[in-house]
Design a protein around this ligand. Structure first.
Ligand SMILES: [Zn+2]
Length: 386
């Protein structure tokens, strides 16, 4: 261990969290609520600049003023990547007992929007880096845009030349337990239309409710087939799931239904490829509609997300379990991990705070979680970088 780099004194972890929480960075499908994350990225870049990182701010979506930050320091092969998203979900302010964008502290907890998901992660990462000796293998810190909506930030990274670390640590709140796998996510809207007609006419081939009934039957068969195909008992629900979510159809009892819309989602186990699943869905719908004279439009509601299964080597995973004093688990939520894995970057999700606090009013982080996370991150970074 060589010289400690203390260029400029960084604020304390608590002050860093305070700055980050008071910089709003909501991402939302609702354009009234959606915000830029530029100032938050600039704030992170300023601190990282003080720590002698080379920082690149890259536009993800210019008209929405969304940015990614890629910051690196250190030389050689391997090293570590620390990645997280800069955005939060909207606040739902009426349900908050305090100002969501002002960090409040009790003796045990910090409260603020995004404190757990996942602004404290950046504060922890910066604090640990601040105390590191000067010479080390590369450390790359990545801050992405729009994870909570489109994952556009992480997708934009896929066209970049990123460093190839030995491990990417994604600091989503996992209560500091390594998450090695999660399911994927796909959601669709199927719209059917036909010429309709008077209900006295015996023309069921034009009836969009009849046609949708056929589709729903076939989708339920697909669900059963998927459940029989693969099971993975590491997941609480050990099979891929398909849920019929909403159905809107028809406008009068005496008309042949000329319009029907169904929304459904699928959460595939990680070994089922997103593209293969999409093809299965298409096939199922086409065969269900064969007897009908209706037009169909199938639209994804979100960019499909593949399931995640870490490619991190076993001995690295063992080390993470040792350091965190836990065993690896799977998660029921999705993260950017599968996108990093697609870039050939072995990833593990491990960060401070509990997922139970994410996306809810009065979001809290136990103050003790900050020190625990710093301790674990310090050991992990030292392991990969020195
Ligand atoms: Zn998150």
């Amino acid at each position: 261990m060589g010289l400690i780099i203390h260029m400029k004194r960084l604020p304390t972890s608590m002050e860093l969290i305070q700055h980050l929480v008071q910089e709003p960075s909501v991402s939302s499908d609702d354009s009234q609520l959606d915000m830029s994350n530029r100032k938050l990225c600039e704030q992170l870049a300023n601190w990282l600049d003080d720590l002698k990182f080379t920082c690149k701010l890259q536009p993800v979506c210019e008209h929405k003023d969304k940015w990614n930050l890629i910051a690196t320091r250190g030389k050689g092969q391997g090293g570590i990547m620390l990645s997280g998203h800069t955005d939060t979900v909207p606040a739902d302010e009426q349900a908050w007992q305090s100002d969501p964008w002002k960090l409040t502290a009790s003796s045990q907890h910090l409260t603020g929007l995004g404190v757990t998901d996942m602004k404290a992660f950046f504060a922890v990462a910066l604090s640990v880096i601040n105390d590191l000796p000067a010479k080390h293998k590369p450390i790359t810190l990545i801050a992405t845009a729009d994870e909570e909506t489109t994952m556009a930030g992480a997708r934009a990274l896929q066209s970049q030349e990123l460093p190839k670390p030995t491990l990417n640590l994604i600091g989503e709140p996992t209560s500091l337990v390594p998450v090695v796998s999660h399911k994927g996510y796909q959601a669709y809207r199927l719209s059917l239309t036909s010429q309709g007609g008077h209900s006295s006419l015996n023309k069921h081939q034009y009836n969009c409710l009849d046609a949708m009934h056929s589709v729903m039957g076939k989708l339920m068969q697909l669900r059963n087939a998927l459940a029989h195909q693969t099971q993975n008992t590491q997941f609480k629900v050990p099979v891929s799931t398909l849920n019929l979510g909403t159905l809107k159809a028809g406008d009068a009892v005496n008309r042949i239904c000329a319009e029907a819309t169904l929304e459904f989602d699928i959460r595939p186990l990680p070994d089922l490829s997103g593209a293969a699943l999409e093809a299965l869905v298409q096939e199922t719908i086409i065969s269900a509609l064969a007897p009908f004279e209706v037009s169909r439009q199938l639209a994804p509601l979100y960019h499909p997300i593949d399931g995640f299964l870490t490619s991190c080597q076993h001995h690295h995973l063992e080390h993470l379990c040792d350091v965190s004093g836990t065993t690896a688990i799977t998660a029921d939520y999705v993260t950017e991990a599968s996108l990093f894995e697609q870039m050939g970057i072995p990833s593990i999700v491990l960060g401070p705070g509990s997922i139970d606090q994410a996306h809810r009013p009065n979001e809290q982080l136990p103050i003790a979680a900050i020190g625990e996370a710093e301790n674990i991150y310090q050991q992990i970074i030292s392991h990969y970088c020195f």
